[in-house]
Design a protein around this ligand. Structure first.
Ligand code: DGY
Length: 423
């Protein structure tokens, strides 16, 4: 296939997964709107249909709650093909949504949409839209500060593995052990009806996911209560880095839009994160690692999210050198960067979701961060591998870093979007 064929293929996937104002990640496995998927999908649309790109994010924010929270799934229409559906979440909101959030990448993507609109001479058309989105994004970022950082450390504390977007990363294994799964009851998974179970989380992981949903539901999805008593509280290195980056991008927008007061507020949030995130540095592993708030223990796992420090704009020569050493070591062990788990970890599994496979969206962010920090060779490796994986195998949800085998759903929206965004 030529590059033109692949470009057309990517646009066709977005068109096929478009449900009118929002895009499903994959029609069978994920038949609703997912939060961070939509943010990346907007980047893809922006390469050929600007109004549609903006609509993707605007539709997501129609589901924002009064407290600023933005859900991880919006159930715009019914579909029996997914579990747990709206009745299980029972958030009693309109539109119907889940009660947990997802990595806050939307501000970073809106900042790019806005720059592209200005560069195309369409600032006047999009200014009112970016003004509204700015307020919605800031409200969401404040919600993170108020409800996902119970100790005020300047990090993001996930209250559910699904919030991290990296659902079954081994970082959540030890913190998940104390979760009581004795009352979860019987349920029928739908994901393993669509996909090989070897690519998906285990039953034990699903039991824990559901126990946490039941806990949130028992609190009537009161986020203040959940942030106090939730049985799972992990400072996720991925979300913490992505929110820091998103706040930097939101600050750029604030200054551009003349929002002086908000800019000062965001600067304060950034300063808190810049110093607080040190808590996630594991000096024994010489790496950025997630850390359990309840036990206080660092996970010690080196995952693809560890490398988001560059994307977060943390420039510390000593830590950067340590991370680049890990990058070189990992890069010598796999054909394709960046595996979601260190391939030297005994739990590495090349096609099991977030325990090995490469994800195009993480590569996009890590590659961008490395390029901005001036690590050109590493950035080039990520870019080359991402494009090669898609060219050789198709637009899969994820890929084996060992041999490129597609993992998870095919014709995947965010993989198509990243292909287009990488140009
Ligand atoms: C799933 O169902 O696998 C999703 O990742 C949860 O958001």
């Amino acid at each position: 296939m030529t590059i033109e064929d692949l470009d057309q293929g990517a646009r066709d996937i977005l068109a096929a997964n478009d449900r009118g104002g929002y895009t499903v990640p994959n029609g069978r496995v994920y038949p609703f709107q997912w939060n961070w998927d939509s943010a990346f999908v907007a980047l893809g649309f922006d390469t050929f249909d600007r109004p549609r790109a903006w609509a993707e994010v605007e539709t997501l924010f129609k589901a924002q709650w009064d407290d600023g929270f933005v859900p991880h799934i919006v159930f715009w229409q019914e579909d029996e093909g997914y579990f747990p559906g709206p009745q299980v979440w029972d958030t009693r909101r309109t539109p119907v949504s889940s009660g947990i959030t997802q990595p806050p990448v939307a501000a970073s993507m809106v900042a790019i949409l806005w720059e592209n609109a200005k560069a195309a001479g369409e600032a006047d058309t999009y200014r009112p839209r970016v003004e509204l989105l700015f307020d919605q994004l800031l409200a969401w970022h404040r919600w993170f500060r108020d409800h996902r950082d119970p100790e005020g450390r300047g990090v993001v504390v996930a209250m559910h593995p699904w919030e991290t977007g990296r659902d079954n990363s081994p970082e959540w294994d030890a913190p998940g052990e104390p979760i009581d799964i004795s009352n979860v009851g019987e349920y029928v998974r739908r994901d393993t009806g669509h996909l090989d179970a070897k690519m998906r989380p285990t039953k034990l992981e699903y039991d824990r996911y559901l126990a946490l949903v039941q806990y949130g539901r028992a609190q009537n999805w009161d986020h203040a209560k959940i942030s106090q008593g939730n049985p799972f509280k992990v400072a996720d290195v991925g979300m913490s880095m992505m929110l820091l980056r998103a706040n930097r991008d939101l600050l750029t927008m604030a200054l551009d839009l003349g929002r002086t007061n908000e800019a000062a507020e965001i600067q304060h949030i950034i300063a808190t994160a810049e110093s607080g995130i040190e808590w996630l540095w594991n000096s024994e592993k010489q790496a950025w690692c997630s850390r359990d708030l309840i036990s206080g223990k660092s996970s010690g796992f080196i995952t693809s999210a560890s490398f988001l420090s560059f994307y977060a704009g943390l420039s510390d020569p000593v830590k950067d050198t340590a991370m680049l050493t890990h990058f070189a070591r990992i890069g010598s062990k796999v054909e394709y960067m960046l595996p979601s788990l260190d391939p030297e970890d005994p739990g590495f599994q090349m096609i099991r979701y977030w325990r090995g496979p490469v994800w195009a969206v993480v590569n996009y962010m890590v590659g961008k961060g490395l390029a901005e920090a001036g690590y050109d060779a590493e950035a080039a490796r990520i870019r080359k591998d991402t494009l090669a994986l898609i060219e050789k195998n198709g637009f899969y949800e994820a890929f084996s870093p060992v041999d490129g085998t597609g993992s998870g759903g095919d014709d995947f929206s965010w993989t198509a979007a990243i292909w287009l965004a990488l140009g």
